[in-house]
Write a protein that binds this ligand. Structure first.
Ligand code: NAI
Ligand code: MG
Length: 504
């Protein structure tokens, strides 16, 4: 507490490279060129570490969206990308990965000053993650095809039947602000590996690194029109992308609320849709664990990225025998997670992304207190020179009816509850409209597998949390989403299966 109030949260000076980037004219990346918007409207770029306006991006108009979609449509229809040798497409995607790696330092800094996450965290999580998506998916460009299949109801040899995987077409990809560059690469990589073309819109709060990525995409030799980057607001530019008749597929990551709207809007033209939405992921700590080892892991499961993570372990269920010790162990991490300005090299957690998110998270904490929750740690917004800081917070004495237990807070706030046995905790853990992820901490192998089978979640972690790897599918049960990203499943979401049947 005292340490948190004495931290100097003044933002550090930006590098010259970052200043130069921020001074660029707000433009859109269409057909591998930087172009002006059809109108002069812009959105302010803010540094969440101090709330200062540091630049502008274009707020794309309907005309701008149409222009970007037309570029992607033309690039798809004339086969300038899918028609290349797969080896060439793979090489180009790998080159994007190399360029991201070469520009890691600037990208991490831009992410820190745009999103508020510590630059050091961006260096070890966001940037390597982005690179891994590009490198993994690049390989699939040369490994797609189909199957030859024998008929069942016709004489063998009378029919030649085969399947062929083909790119879906033009994609509209809309991503959120919590892992901006990582999300952009996670979306673009499978799309272009499959041979699609795309228009991608980063979140209006965090567009800087995706704009820098556009430079690298052109430099890597991606043909014009294959990847187009437009910035702008969701309810205008995003909505236009979703409803556009020339778009074949939508990939969205963001709130469940907007995911539902997008899914409805996509229906008129039967667009293919993948949705990665919200969560309220349970974390179960069994009584056999070594609490000293496990408590810091449980704490990072919620406090990493200021809790602005779709899979954040935000509902803790600790067995009655270890409940107090787990909370005490987590409380010991308070100074490690104390929020600092994003360019402070000592920082592990930054501010929240925006005033809107700050007010929202503080609103939940206040609601929790009003409902009778007790604050075990944090619960406050540390003072600073205008930044959007929230202390890492643990709430106990909660019950399943409270909004802090039911709703996605998307901040560094965990609600802690006790349990007595496996069946009881599985039931409590599944008592939610979400089903994105869950965590189990135990050395009891049987308990681990029994519980993993019972939990309704797209990903279940054992003795770790938020471990994500591009080779492994990722997505949600229930209202946490539709479809899967990553791995072969992730590629498949960008492909149609064509069946060809020839009578011989
Ligand atoms: P959001 O879902 O409104 O925004 C995500 C993206 O969707 C942004 O690029 C935005 O421009 C776009 N968008 C917004 N409205 C749209 C529309 N009608 N049509 C097409 N695109 C649209 O999320 P927001 O408002 O920034 O955050 C609100 C809450 O959503 C957070 O507090 C958190 O609970 C949740 N969220 C979940 C994320 C996740 O990774 N699952 C990421 C971001 C937010
Ligand atoms: Mg919104």
């Amino acid at each position: 507490m005292n340490e948190m109030t004495t931290i100097d949260r003044t933002q550090r000076e930006y590098s010259q490279a970052a200043k130069d980037f921020l001074a660029r004219k707000p433009q859109l990346f269409i057909n591998n060129e930087w172009v002006d918007s059809s109108h002069g409207q812009t959105i302010d770029v803010e540094d969440p570490s101090n709330g200062k306006v540091i630049g502008q991006i274009v707020d794309a108009s309907d005309k701008d969206v149409d222009r970007a979609v037309a570029a992607a449509r033309a690039a798809f229809d004339d086969n300038r990308w899918y028609g290349l040798a797969p080896m060439e497409r793979e090489r180009i995607i790998l080159r994007i990965a190399d360029l991201v790696e070469q520009n890691a330092d600037l990208l991490a800094e831009l992410e820190a000053i745009d999103n508020g996450k510590p630059k050091g965290m961006a260096m070890v999580a966001d940037i390597p993650g982005a690179i891994s998506h590009l490198r993994f998916m690049a390989g699939w460009a040369g490994k797609t095809g189909g199957q030859t299949l024998h008929p069942y109801t016709r004489p063998t040899g009378s029919i030649f039947g085969y399947t062929s995987k083909e790119p879906v077409g033009v994609c509209a990809q809309i991503v959120p602000w919590n892992f901006p560059l990582l999300m952009a690469c996670l979306k673009i990589a499978p799309a272009i590996a499959a041979g699609c073309t795309t228009v991608l819109k980063p979140a209006e709060q965090t567009s800087l690194t995706t704009l820098k990525l556009a430079d690298l995409i052109a430099e890597a030799g991606v043909p014009a029109g294959v990847v187009n980057i437009i910035t702008g607001n969701g309810h205008t530019a995003g909505d236009r992308m979703v409803k556009h008749p020339d778009v074949d597929k939508i990939a969205f990551t963001g709130s469940t609320e907007i995911g539902k709207i997008i899914n409805k809007n996509a229906t008129d033209t039967m667009k293919r849709v993948t949705l990665e939405l919200g969560g309220k992921s349970p974390v179960v700590v069994m009584p056999d664990v070594n609490v000293e080892e496990v408590a810091p892991g449980v704490a990072s499961g919620i406090f990493f990225n200021s809790g602005q993570v779709c899979v954040a372990g935000s509902r803790l269920y600790a067995h009655r025998d270890v409940f107090d010790d787990v909370l005490e162990g987590m409380s010991k991490t308070a100074s490690f997670w104390a929020p600092r300005a994003s360019l402070d090299p000592e920082g592990h957690m930054g501010p929240l992304v925006s005033k809107e998110q700050h007010d929202r998270v503080m609103g939940y904490i206040e609601a929790g207190k009003r409902d009778g929750a007790s604050v075990v740690m944090g619960g406050d917004a540390p003072t600073s020179d205008g930044g959007y800081y929230v202390s890492p917070t643990i709430l106990a004495d909660v019950n399943p009816q409270m909004s802090v237990v039911r709703e996605e807070i998307f901040g560094p706030v965990v609600v802690a509850q006790r349990f007595d046995d496996l069946d009881e905790v599985a039931k409590s853990a599944n008592d939610t409209c979400f089903g994105l992820a869950a965590g189990i901490w135990t050395r009891d192998v049987a308990a681990m597998h029994k519980l993993a089978a019972k939990l309704k979640a797209g990903t279940v972690w054992g003795n770790c949390h938020a471990m994500i790897d591009v080779a492994l599918p990722f997505g949600g049960f229930k209202e946490s989403g539709l479809g899967r990203e990553q791995g072969l499943h992730g590629l498949d979401a960008y492909q149609e299966t064509k069946t060809v049947i020839i009578q011989l």
